[in-house]
Design a protein around this ligand. Structure first.
Ligand SMILES: [Zn+2]
Length: 155
C-alpha cells in the first residue's frame, strides 16, 4: 500500500441524480468522479455545497472521513442568499479537504430539529459525525475559515 493510499480519505454520498451511494476518494474530487451506477454515470460534484436531506444526512455524516461544513439555510432567507456565493467559493477552495454541504431547513425538518436550528443561516462543523463548532448568521469567508479552525480543522 502506498503512502497515498494509506492516507486517502473517503466520503460516501448519494448520487444526486439516481441516489446510488458512492464512496469517493476526496483526493479525486477535482477529477469529477462519476456515479458507479453505469446507467447513470453522472458526475459527483463535491467542489460545491452538497445538498443533504433528512434521509441522507446521518448516513453521509457517519461515513465522512473528512470534516464536514454544513450551511443550514432556507430559500426565503435573505442573509442565506447573501452568503451563498461565499459558501460556494469556500466549497471550491476546500474541495478534497472538507466536505461542504447544505441543508434546506424547510425540506429537512428532522435534521434541523435534531441540531436545534433556531436561526438561519446556522453554520456547523462536524468531525467524526459530531458537531465541533457552530455559528449563527451569515459569515464572510474569513469567519467561515475561523469557524473551521475552532473545530480543529487546519485550513
Ligand atoms: Zn447516479
Amino acid at each position: 500500500m502506498s503512502a497515498d493510499t494509506a492516507s486517502a480519505k473517503y466520503v460516501t454520498v448519494p448520487c444526486q441524480f439516481c441516489g446510488t451511494r458512492n464512496k469517493v476518494n476526496m483526493a479525486r474530487v477535482a477529477h469529477r468522479p462519476k456515479c458507479r451506477n453505469d446507467e447513470c454515470a453522472k458526475p459527483i460534484l463535491l467542489d460545491r455545497p452538497f445538498p443533504l436531506r433528512d434521509d441522507t444526512f446521518a448516513d453521509v455524516l457517519a461515513h465522512a472521513e473528512v470534516p464536514v461544513l454544513v450551511d443550514f439555510y432556507a430559500d426565503w432567507c435573505g442573509p442565506c442568499k447573501a452568503m451563498a456565493p461565499v459558501f460556494d467559493a469556500v466549497a471550491g477552495e476546500l474541495a478534497g479537504r472538507v466536505l461542504v454541504a447544505k441543508v434546506n431547513t424547510d425540506a429537512a425538518p428532522i435534521v434541523s430539529q435534531a441540531h436545534q436550528i433556531r436561526s438561519i443561516p446556522t453554520i456547523m462543523v462536524f468531525r467524526g459525525g459530531q458537531p465541533v463548532a457552530q455559528q449563527m448568521g451569515a459569515l464572510p469567508r474569513a469567519q467561515l475559515l475561523e469557524l473551521l479552525r475552532q473545530g480543529g480543522v487546519a485550513v
